[in-house]
Design a protein around this ligand. Structure first.
Ligand code: PBG
Length: 332
């Protein structure tokens, strides 16, 4: 903290706030389009753009429409999108084998976007929930989410996504040992340059509700995810998870959800210095949108303020459903 501050009235901190020009000059934290990763939902069909009811302004795209959206994102200067599949009960089994099918909707979308817009980085989600009959991120045996068998399945899923052309793999499952296993398999298969952005500090959160609707998982999910996602009260445990994932070969790490966990983001950045991202999750997006639609807050201002807060907390970037709208505003 500054120790050289003269007492009032020699120091009047309001001097530097008096006009937009002065405020621009002294602003400490800047948000730019290159800080944004856009999470998108892909579904079956052709020519489909289907609104997600619980996330106003967010759509599920068929692959052809997703390619158009990806092109638009790239032209706005957004560096990366993150693809999530919308699945139905017919895609879900107890053994989750569609998860590593090279032809599943996510892998087809990855390949189509990389083919049409190669400059755009494509990130994926690695977890079994879209393909699991019970909606969990891991394989369930006798009511237990089994760790090691799940990791084997996740490794197959990772290799299929890498083969489809993904630039960044995003393991969001919170099983133990998955980063090391994936990294070893990627190296063994010659995928030396595929990055892993680990959902390292992922909390068991109520803020994922709208997302589970968006991907079709709400009805399938039996119980909660508290045996694998972190308890919201635990800061030290979150830091141990990040340290472990970095030591196993993660290139970048994520804190999730975002705004309620900014203290974790700051601690992760300060302690490890690795590329650090936060996920402004579906519930955070929905809260801002719902309040804005009611006229209770200014949606654009709340969007900018919340995204700036992630940068101030030390994040290198943010996964946000606001990405295209924020990019349009930042681009003027
Ligand atoms: C699935 C996954 C979730 C999210 C990203 N990947 C939901 C969950 O863990 O239940 C949440 C994203 C959001 O809420 O926007 N493993």
């Amino acid at each position: 903290m500054p120790v050289n501050q003269a007492p009032f009235p020699a120091t009047r901190l309001r001097r530097l706030r008096k006009s937009p020009a002065m405020r621009d000059l002294v602003r400490e934290t800047h948000l730019s389009v290159s800080d944004l990763i856009w999470p998108v939902f892909v579904r079956q069909g052709k020519g489909e753009v289907e609104p997600v009811a619980s996330m106003p302004g967010v759509n599920r795209y068929s692959v052809d429409k997703l390619v158009e959206a990806a092109r638009e994102a790239q032209s706005l200067g957004i560096p990366a999108i993150c693809i999530f599949p919308y699945t139905g009960q017919e895609d879900r089994t107890e053994s989750c084998e569609l998860a590593w099918d090279p032809d599943n909707i996510a892998n087809r979308a990855i390949a189509a976007v990389k083919e049409a817009v190669p400059e755009l980085a494509v990130m994926t989600d690695i977890a079994l929930d879209p393909y699991n009959a019970n909606g969990h991120d891991g394989i369930v045996r006798d009511g237990i989410i089994v760790n090691d068998e799940t990791v084997e399945a996740l490794v197959r899923m990772a290799l299929a996504q890498a083969a489809a052309g993904a630039d960044i793999l995003g393991p969001s499952d919170m099983m133990d040992g998955r980063i090391g296993a994936m990294r070893a398999a990627l190296e063994a298969e010659g995928h030396h340059d595929v990055a892993i952005l680990s959902y390292a500090a992922k909390f068991a959160s109520a803020f994922y509700g709208p997302f589970r609707d968006a991907v079709g998982a709400s009805a399938a999910l039996k119980g909660d995810k508290k045996t694998y996602q972190i308890d919201p009260g635990n800061r030290n445990e979150a830091l141990r998870c990040v340290e472990r994932d970095l030591s196993e070969g993660a290139d970048m790490v994520m804190v999730k959800p975002g705004l309620p966990y900014l203290d974790i983001a700051r601690a992760v950045k300060d302690r490890f210095g690795a590329p650090t991202y936060a996920y402004q999750v579906s519930g955070e997006y929905a809260m801002i949108e719902a309040a804005a639609q009611n006229g209770w807050i200014d949606g654009d201002q709340a969007m900018l303020e919340s995204l700036t807060a992630f940068r101030r907390a030390g994040c290198d970037g943010v996964l946000t459903y606001f990405a295209p709208r924020m990019a349009q505003i930042l681009n003027g």
